[in-house]
Ligand binder design. Structure first.
Ligand SMILES: Nc1ncnc2c1ncn2[C@@H]1O[C@H](COP(=O)(O)OP(=O)(O)O)[C@@H](O)[C@H]1O
Ligand SMILES: [Mg+2]
Length: 388
């Protein structure tokens, strides 16, 4: 039996009659989900890999080591999926430059994404009445994401009040027409309810369902992809599948973008929830394994380089302290170091040169002033997959 996952409503947009899709509330029924053995195996693998990724954070002195890099990686790649041109290197260079440099618009978008993640996690973690995972929280995430950039005229933080469409040059040849605006609030309350509902589906499957549902509702004028992917990260934490945003799942979506879009569509056109879930679970398992490998590689690199640094006679106390901060600051200037280590310019400069001499840091800007130093080998591991 072919499942229907929503109903169509005729509506008129930009002078054309189109059929807008209104998704049925989750979970799928008639028939209920039925995963193949292979899909169930993908589920087990994804769950196991997430557990191991969570443990990888325990290898290092502070979980923030990996959170720092992996959240940035997710922010960059999720933004790249729909055309943002900023790379991880651009982001780190901007951050090292501090407030003096106005960000390029695409780098600003990525900074906004980081700000939105930080905000949402803080709200969800607050004991004194922060916002729970909810539509209100997502609206605030959206407001931050759209802050000051291209989306300025795109109602930051607000649910759309007009009809939109995806793909195609006009509504009539669109790949997909989401629900009419007056249907959106109801669809979103149902989505929110399902985030907190208790049913017998494993949390990871529910998260997969929620992402598609969010994209089907397409509640904002822009930024739906990024908010919907950020929601996955928040849900993983909310469901205690991860204790920090360590999974850069967008890398899988970027790598298989056509399939990602095709699978989203197939839920609507063919009722194929299972096909989407198989793809999603494969992505979670694959990226979790890749993140575990990178975490190991980064850890091994730091261990090796710490040894090298301690072996040289001119290794000062300050150089050792600077070294320990590099995983959370793989690109920095002398001004950054002065602030980080609360020290003077001559001392900071001396520490930097000690790390340049042992081959840990490299000067990359080629400038005489405001020189930028990079932990190149570390950044090379981290940036895999984030180039354009
Ligand atoms: N055929 C489709 N059906 C449902 N959702 C889709 C489809 N194609 C793309 N999408 C989703 O829409 C997103 C793009 O919407 P948009 O509002 O421009 O988001 P953003 O600005 O964050 O990229 C894609 O990243 C994807 O998640
Ligand atoms: Mg967009």
């Amino acid at each position: 039996m072919k499942r229907t996952t929503g109903q169509y409503e005729r509506t008129s947009v930009a002078g054309e009659e189109v059929a807008a899709f209104i998704p049925h509330p989750l979970p799928p029924v008639h028939p209920v989900l039925s995963l193949t053995d292979e899909q169930l195996e993908l589920l087990r693998r994804a769950e196991a890999s997430l557990r191991r990724l969570d443990l990888a954070g325990e290898m290092v002195p502070s979980l923030d080591w990996f959170v720092y890099g992996f959240v940035r990686k997710e922010a960059v790649v999720s933004s790249q999926i729909e055309g943002t041109q900023a790379t991880l290197t651009d982001l780190l260079a901007h951050e090292a430059g501090g407030s003096q440099s106005a960000a390029r618009p695409d780098v600003q978008e990525v900074c906004n994404y980081l700000d939105a993640v930080r905000f949402a996690r803080e709200e969800m973690g607050r004991k004194d009445g922060g916002l729970p995972l909810s539509v209100r929280l997502l609206n605030q995430v959206h407001a931050r994401l759209m802050h000051g950039v291209r989306g300025g005229e795109k109602l930051p933080g607000e649910i759309r009040r007009s009809q939109n469409w995806i793909g195609g040059t006009r509504p009539g040849n669109a790949a997909f027409v989401p629900p009419p605006p007056q249907r959106v609030p109801e669809a979103l309350s149902a989505l929110e309810k399902y985030m907190h509902a208790e049913d017998d589906l494993p949390p990871l499957l529910r998260i997969g369902l929620l992402h598609v549902q969010f994209e089907s509702i397409h509640p904002y004028l822009d930024g739906n992809g990024r908010v919907g992917r950020l929601m996955i990260a928040l849900l993983l934490e909310h469901s205690a599948l991860l204790s920090a945003p360590l999974l850069y799942l967008s890398l899988f979506f970027k790598r298989h973008r056509d399939e990602y879009y095709r699978r989203l569509s197939a839920v609507r056109t063919d009722g194929d929830w299972e096909g989407w879930l198989g793809f999603f679970l494969d992505g979670v398992g694959t990226v979790a394994e890749e993140a575990i490998d990178s975490a190991r590689e980064l850890f091994a690199l730091v261990t090796r380089d710490r040894g090298r640094m301690l072996a040289v006679p001119d290794g000062s106390m300050m150089a050792a302290r600077l070294f320990e901060r590099l995983p959370e600051h793989p690109m920095l200037t002398v001004a950054n170091i002065m602030e980080l280590l609360d020290t003077t310019r001559p001392t900071a400069t001396k520490a930097v040169h000690a790390l340049v001499n042992v081959g840990v840091l490299t000067e990359t800007s080629g400038r005489k002033r405001d020189r930028t130093f990079v932990y190149t080998e570390y950044l090379n591991v981290l940036k895999t997959g984030t180039e354009l």
